[in-house]
Design a protein around this ligand. Sequence first.
Ligand code: SAM
Length: 241
Amino acid sequence: MSLPYREFYYPLNVFMHILTHEEGRVLYLHYGLFTQPDESIESAQERSTELLTQRLPPPPAKILDVGAGLGTTLSRLSARGYDILGITPDEKQIAMIGRPDVQCIRFEDLPPQPFEAIYFQESSQYIPPDPLFSQARAMTNHVIVLDEFSLRAGGTLHSFDAFLDAAQRHDFRLTEEVDLSRQAAPTIDYFNTRLERYREPLTRDLGITNEQVDDLIESGIRYRDLYRDGTYGYRLLQFNL
Ligand SMILES: C[S@@+](CC[C@H](N)C(=O)[O-])C[C@H]1O[C@@H](n2cnc3c(N)ncnc32)[C@H](O)[C@@H]1O
């Protein structure tokens, strides 16, 4: 079986495989933001993209999509008349997106150029906060972030306080903060309730080991607990110079 996402980095390939089988297609690599328990993950993911796009300046603004993933948000915005550049350091994603307006590069390495807004939809977690805001400072006065953070000690995600401090050190003011933790957390349940069921296809089609599936099940349960006890949280943030 030829799977275009087989070589995506682990565990993204696992989540792609489950989503592909369950939903028939995968548009996004980000959390769904659920408002009803029986809502589909795709419509919950669309809610996240909607929240993001509502905050952009109107087209034809020049926008940078950091961590373009599967390119869905980028192609929607491009169709709406935005002048948009997408970047991701993952050439497997680039091959799947198949668009000339997506470059294979890390944000930290992108030569500075002006943008009316830069957004990080679940890509800020891969970039240390100081390089992120110093690079952003050289390119824009408007940063939008949707991501999860460690709100207190005990987690391994970016510390929320350290992230806000880094923004301030580089002259960015926090102009909006929306707590989306309760809406995001059911996404973890979505995968936790399916991993065991997909053990066989995951090992057969992706070459994932049984131990890796066990680890994912265990870490999924721990992760959900960290959301439940408030160690982890999910935020929409806007920063302006
Ligand atoms: C969880 S995915 C989110 C993808 C997409 N934004 C979405 O919402 O569906 C994280 C994305 O960040 C990208 N990424 C990881 N490290 C990065 C870096 N240093 N610079 C830019 N993008 C990065 C990944 O390749 C991937 O595209």
